[in-house]
Design a protein around this ligand. Structure first.
Ligand code: NAI
Length: 343
């Protein structure tokens, strides 16, 4: 059986360090993937590209359909729009999927956190439509379309069914933004009533929801949000399980998927061997599970299971990077995971 060709975007700041770590672990695990490197963000500009999201990078993802992406920096104040927003919009990656699970050996306020955040990835305030109305007055447009609200609601209920999850909570502010947030509620209610009545469904106002999450996250299961709330709630959830170093994610569309850590390029620790590669490693496990399902390749599932077991064992053995209270550098932690593969 052949190996799967996947695009690798190493990214900026700590991106190349955590990408190297992940590549070493996947290779040691015998994952049947071959990476082809393309660039985005500052890395692309430094290599002579005129845009932070070069056309050849987009085309490579469209041709391979799967990418693993390190965090990218967008230069501020130089007229470039965000790499991440552009990538999600260009490839129509309308789902941001972010699983949030407690890890052994990582002490946090709560045990047994097991949440899934589904964030609508293409609309809301991230549509980037801002108008200067008059000097000192700016209007920023929050876009919601019925088709995108239906699409994300339907995807979430279908995902919940496949994964045997019990409950979907939509976080919203439809008491104020009656039309835009109202549209997501409207479509979610319809999809629930018509196609998935067996899944428990609830609507929670976002401000009360965030308070409830930090009091007791176990009252939620799958959380569906529009773009901005999803962005904020994802980081809040990362805080529940140990921080940005352990929060993986995927951006998924109908044909392409880009797997990436929730964290950014962390310029404050870049090049110092301090970055925790777990976020990107866990994202690569999601990528392997995606390949296993989409291409019916059990070898990808085996590699995903083996890598998960190895990093879980490393953490349980108190092998941790500094952000988790340990003392290991990026390279030492990588080796600790490799040493536990197949153990
Ligand atoms: P950030 O996530 O890069 O860093 C926030 C804090 O978390 C920093 O103290 C950093 O050292 C720490 N941190 C992040 N990841 C870590 C890891 N793996 N291990 C240990 N510590 C870690 O967020 P910030 O500073 O707001 O953004 C920096 C740059 O990243 C900006 O240019 C931003 O645009 C970009 N960014 C890119 C994203 C992406 O490509 N998906 C997502 C978020 C931000």
């Amino acid at each position: 059986m052949k190996t799967h060709s996947v695009v690798l975007i190493p990214g900026d700041g700590i991106g190349p360090e955590v990408s190297d770590a992940v590549l070493a672990i996947l290779e040691a695990a015998g994952a049947p993937v071959r990476f082809e490197t393309f660039h985005a963000g500052l890395g692309a500009l430094e290599r002579g590209a005129t845009d932070v999201l070069p056309e050849d990078t987009v085309q490579a993802i469209q041709s391979h359909h799967v990418a693993l992406k390190g965090p990218c920096s967008t230069p501020v104040g130089r007229g470039f729009s965000s790499v991440n927003v552009a990538l999600r919009r260009t490839l129509n990656l309308y789902v941001a999927l972010r699983p949030v699970r407690s890890l052994p050996g990582v002490k946090t306020r709560f045990e047994n956190v097991d949440l899934i955040i589904v964030r609508e990835n293409t609309e809301g305030l991230y549509s980037g439509i801002e108008n200067l109305i008059t000097d000192g007055v700016v209007v920023s447009m929050k876009v919601a379309t019925r088709s995108a609200c239906h699409r994300i609601a339907h995807w979430t209920f279908r995902y919940a069914t496949h994964r045997r999850r019990k409950k979907i909570s939509v976080f919203h502010k439809a008491n104020i933004m009656k039309m835009s947030d109202g549209l997501l509620l409207d479509e979610s209610r319809k999809v629930h009533a018509r196609d998935y009545p067996n899944i428990e469904y609830q609507e929670v106002i976002i401000d009360a929801a965030t308070m409830r999450m930090v009091q007791d996250p176990s009252q939620f299961d799958i959380i569906l949000c529009e773009n901005l709330y999803g962005d904020i709630v994802s980081d809040l959830c990362a805080g529940l399980i140990g921080g940005l170093g352990v929060a993986p994610g995927a951006n998924i569309g109908d044909t392409d998927a880009v797997f990436e850590a929730v964290h950014g390029s962390a310029p404050d620790i870049a090049g110092k061997d301090l970055a925790n590669p777990l976020s990107l490693l866990m994202s690569s496990v999601m990528m392997l599970e995606h390949l296993a399902e989409q291409r019916a390749d059990p070898r990808c599932k085996e590699a995903a299971t083996s890598v998960t077991a190895a990093y879980t064992k490393a953490l349980a053995d108190e092998q941790k990077t500094k952000d988790l209270g340990g003392s290991l550098g990026t390279k030492q932690f990588t080796q600790a995971v490799i040493d536990r593969l197949g153990a």
